[in-house]
Design a protein around this ligand. Structure first.
Ligand code: F6R
Length: 589
């Protein structure tokens, strides 16, 4: 965060930092530019730091909320970091890869360090070049610094803020007589919706009334844009947690998406595929929850698009030697900033693939890497655990599959009609909230939970397990139901419930067989099953009924059930649901 304007900087920094906390929340701090620099920092959340802050007349300041990479979460390691003379303060997102070498040189030159972070070297390198011109010193310092960064720098010698970006998002909000620097739009929305996105290699000097941006030493033109989100969307709006709000937003979100691309005459989904539709296969690249959307997408696209598809974890793809010929590479990423996914898409492009990004965040880094972008338009997702963005990714993949036009037109129309009815089915799941919450309260005492699924719903079982790990802090495993006999069955006991996804498709009978095998080993079974599955109750301990949908769309309704289940289990366990320990919303490192 950074602020320069006519108002007192402190309250703006505090409220904007609170909105950016989902990016990291193990420690925080701020620096205010008065005659000298006043720094306040501490371990934990902004709210705690705020309690001990004296008022300040400063009209310029920078702030940071940290997700530790180098050095444990502590007051010393919290940003901002100062140069030896205390007159240069820096906040930084990213990783400086050559910091050790720089630190050794600086130590030899007599600099002293107070933290274990890579960030602190930035302040000292700038100091070593400072001859009265902060912009010049930052530009020279960055020539020596390798790695990824978004930085904001202040010094009493300069009535403004210097910012710079390389591979890490950074933007400048343009207000009335003020500028707000932030890592993402959530940090500026309360003040303004006008924004300038910085590009890699940009260095900006933000003074009163003017922003000047340079790239490679030359002035660079960066267009001001309007953020399509508003502050209400980024607020909890009466819900106890963002996660619950975001779960409840799903029927409307799907409805808007479907209406945008499906009309009475058919599917009009043109993600602007570079190279047309002349590709022989598809590679889906993603991490975490987005990877599970990719896994489900692999099934959906193979079935409806009738095309070879491979879903790969971005972090692993970078080590693979997969030969790509006429392959369409699709990166799926809510934030558009996940470092591994950006790197994987770059690699696929290097190997000659046309590329598409499916993302939720306008102007995010992935959009500058991909040949074309499809925006999910799911609205801001603040909860660290992804919910509505996952569902939006699934819908995008259905639309893409239907638009490939490889299936019989009558079947395509039938599916398109059913997609239009999906929001109502999702709303029906939400009416079961209290029943699902009750099962969540029962699960809250468990230390281990298994999730099983087959076929299209395997990805949903994996996603359900991820949610349980992430927000309930319960050890959870998602497993292909057919694989239990090959080892994991040995783990089962009466204190290890198994959540089984029973879909009305070719996997139904085999999943039922697996459920019987599990019951015979004494583990309780909770099944997710459609309303008309009359058999299921005989073999399970509890059943969560899901609305009747075409089995192809059952991943969507099953996902909503598992999101609610994780939410209420976490609530019963007293977890900090929106900001789980050790995690951050955007993994830019
Ligand atoms: C889990 C979760 C993460 C993200 C992952 C990828 O709930 O949110 O696993 O899905 O970090 O993030 P994006 O989609 O932004 O690339």
């Amino acid at each position: 965060m950074g602020y320069i304007g006519e108002r007192e900087a402190l309250p703006v920094l505090i409220s904007s930092l609170k909105r950016l906390e989902y990016r990291g929340y193990d420690s925080c701090g701020l620096a205010l530019l008065e005659d000298e620099i006043a720094v306040f920092k501490g371990r934990g959340r902004i709210e705690k730091l705020q309690q001990n802050l004296p008022p300040s007349p400063a009209r310029i300041g920078i702030g940071h909320t940290r997700w530790a990479t180098h050095g444990k979460p502590s007051k010393e390691n919290a940003h901002p970091h100062l140069a030896c003379n205390g007159r240069i303060a820096v906040v930084h997102n990213g990783v400086i890869t050559n910091f050790q070498k720089l630190k050794e040189r600086l130590l030899a030159e007599g600099h002293t360090f107070t933290s274990e972070t890579d960030t602190e070297v930035i302040a000292h390198v700038i100091e070593s070049y400072y001859r009265g011109d902060l912009l010049d010193a930052v530009a020279r310092a960055l020539k020596e610094i390798s790695g990824s960064y978004a930085i904001a720098v202040i010094s009493p010698g300069y009535d403004g803020i210097i910012v710079a970006r390389n591979e890490i998002p950074l933007l400048i909000g343009v207000g009335e007589g003020e500028f707000i620097v932030a890592s993402d739009v959530a940090g500026i929305l309360e003040q303004t919706r006008r924004v300038i996105y910085l590009e890699d290699g940009d260095i900006g000097s933000i003074s009163r009334g003017a922003v000047r941006i340079f790239n490679n030493g030359l002035p660079a033109e960066r267009r001001e844009q309007q953020v399509p989100w508003n502050i209400e969307e980024a607020q909890r709006g009466g819900y106890k947690h963002f996660m619950l709000k975001e779960i409840h937003e799903q029927p409307e979100m799907i409805d808007e998406m479907v209406k945008r691309y499906i009309s009475a005459t058919g599917v009009k989904f043109e993600p602007g595929l570079a190279g047309g539709t002349d590709f022989t296969d598809i590679l889906l690249l993603a991490c975490g929850t987005s990877y599970y959307a990719a896994l489900a997408g692999e099934h959906i696209l193979k079935k409806l698009g009738q095309i070879p598809v491979h879903a790969a974890l971005s972090s692993e793809f970078n080590y693979s030697d997969t030969i790509l010929r006429k392959t369409l590479a699709i990166a799926i990423t809510q934030s558009g900033e996940t470092a591994d996914t950006i790197k994987a898409l770059r690699e696929a492009k290097k190997r000659g693939c046309p590329s598409l990004a499916i993302t939720n965040v306008i102007g995010s880094s992935i959009t500058r890497v991909a040949d074309a972008t499809f925006y999910l338009m799911a609205g801001p997702e603040i909860s660290v655990a992804a919910t509505k963005s996952f569902t939006a990714q699934l819908i995008a993949l259905y639309l893409l599959a239907l638009s490939l036009g490889k299936i019989d037109p009558a079947f395509q129309k039938k599916l398109a009609d059913e997609l239009r009815g999906l929001p109502q089915k999702v709303a029906m799941v939400l009416t079961e909230e209290e029943k699902i919450a009750k099962i969540g309260r029962y699960l809250a005492v468990c230390d281990n939970v298994f999730f099983i699924g087959r076929g299209l719903n395997l990805a949903i079982a994996l996603e359900g397990a991820l949610k349980f790990k992430e927000i309930c802090y319960i050890h959870a495993e998602g497993y292909p139901a057919g694989e239990l006999l090959h080892g994991p069955l040995a783990l089962l006991n009466p204190m290890m419930p198994v959540i089984a996804i029973v879909a009305p498709d070719g996997t139904h009978d085999m999943t039922l067989t697996n459920i019987k095998e599990i019951k015979a080993r004494g583990a309780p079974v909770i099944a997710l099953a459609p309303e008309d599955d009359s058999e299921i109750e005989k073999y399970t301990d509890r059943v969560i009924r899901t609305p009747q949908v075409n089995s192809l769309f059952s991943p969507v309704t099953n996902t909503i059930v598992l999101q609610l289940l994780a939410y209420y289990t976490a609530q019963e366990r007293g977890s900090p649901i929106d900001m789980p320990r050790h995690l951050a919303k955007t993994v830019t490192v």
